[in-house]
Design a protein around this ligand. Structure first.
Ligand code: PMP
Length: 356
């Protein structure tokens, strides 16, 4: 590493994205396989005619649409270049000392440790429980006077596990009010809890200024390639987030597409039913041939394959399906369309009879 680059950066891993290979099915990045709706594609094409101008720096039209959708005020909404940018901004607005701690479960979204360490803060990881879910009691118990933020990923990436309303409420009741609790709900639209157990962070955070909810247009809304995420929370937190963001990072096409997607949300969210049905079909098929599969509430499945994970991921790629191995913990498979899923299931079934 060059002499002028800060030495600790060497030890921080880079974010690794799911691979894409031409002609190979990609079930590696939790995207949606559906193409954009015609109404959304048309809005993007129209916005492209004005890209000689900077976008609205405050994304006010988009934030107003999000606020209306959630029944909050525009002052409660920040928008960012993907919710991953908001994760980074959250750490930037809360941490400034090397002793500052950012707490999260592990495994969880791999950006949490990266943005924490890049900000010079200390990442504290609390192991998932034996069912690959957040251990909320252990998480609450790990809060120290140095804890600035806790990320709670619900449903959790990469295991898909989720906690219901009562459990999240109990957690929020337990934690000190001077710690920012981020409910990262990137996969919220795939949750199918009974109505009285549905863990809607926006509702749960309504009278709690220390709760910030993250959502994204990348998954159920199908805009991963345009990078739009948002946060809902206390106006003071929102103002701080908007201060540290890179100016104009939420581009004109992205803002327009997100507004058009919210307008078409009934059609887009309808699609999640098909994804959930495929996820459950895959899970049943995998369990039927002997795999252990975590209880997923998202658009992907987690197979805890331990030290066979990397080799399994390679073999799946060789069989024409890219999935996502995670070290020696497991592999994550995104639910794609039925044909793509069948391709993976064929591979997985072969492997179940050969190597298990
Ligand atoms: N949070 C979680 C839990 C995620 O899995 C992801 C995407 N993998 C993000 C945030 C970031 O999504 P985006 O930046 O595309 O909005």
């Amino acid at each position: 590493m060059s002499a002028y680059i800060r030495p600790d950066l060497d030890a921080i891993p880079a974010y690794i994205a799911g691979r894409s290979l031409p002609g190979v099915v990609k079930l590696a990045s939790n995207e949606t396989t559906f193409p954009p709706l015609p109404s959304v594609a048309k809005a993007i094409a129209e916005a492209a005619e004005s890209v000689n101008r900077y976008p609205d720096i405050t994304a006010s039209e988009l934030r107003a649409a999000i606020a209306e959708f959630h029944g909050v005020e525009i002052e409660n909404v920040a928008a960012g270049c993907g919710s991953v940018a908001l994760c980074q901004e959250i750490v930037q607005i809360t941490c400034g000392q090397p002793t500052d701690e950012v707490l999260f479960a592990w495994r969880s979204f791999e950006a949490y440790p990266i943005v924490t360490r890049v900000a010079g803060a200390h990442a504290v990881q609390v192991p998932l429980d034996s069912e690959f879910a957040h251990d909320l009691d252990a998480l609450a118990a790990a809060i120290t006077p140095n804890t600035r933020v806790v990320f709670v990923c619900n449903p959790n990436n990469p295991t898909g596990t989720a906690h219901g309303r009562a459990e999240i409420t109990r957690f929020l009741d337990t934690v000190p009010e001077n710690v920012l609790i981020v409910l990262d709900e990137a996969y919220y639209e795939y949750l199918r809890f009974p109505a009285d157990e549905h863990p809607n962070g926006v509702e749960l955070g309504r009278n709690r200024p220390n709760v910030l909810v993250l959502r994204t247009f990348s998954k159920a809304y199908g805009l991963a390639g345009l990078r739009v995420g948002y946060a809902i929370g206390d106006p003071a937190v929102i103002t701080a987030l908007m201060k540290v963001r890179i100016p104009f990072s939420l581009n004109r096409l992205a803002q327009t597409a997100a507004i058009a997607s919210l307008q078409a949300r009934h059609e887009l969210l309808e699609r999640t039913n098909a994804v959930v049905a495929e996820r459950d079909r895959m899970r049943a098929a995998l369990e039927a041939v002997g795999y252990r599969v975590a209880d997923s509430h998202a658009n992907f499945l987690w197979l805890p394959l331990g030290d066979r994970s990397a080799e399994y991921g390679e073999a799946s790629a060789d069989a024409g399906v890219l999935i996502r191995p995670y070290g020696t913990d497991g592999v994550r498979i995104t639910a794609g369309d039925p044909h793509e899923n069948d391709l993976f299931l064929r591979f997985a079934t072969d492997r179940a009879t050969v190597g298990r």
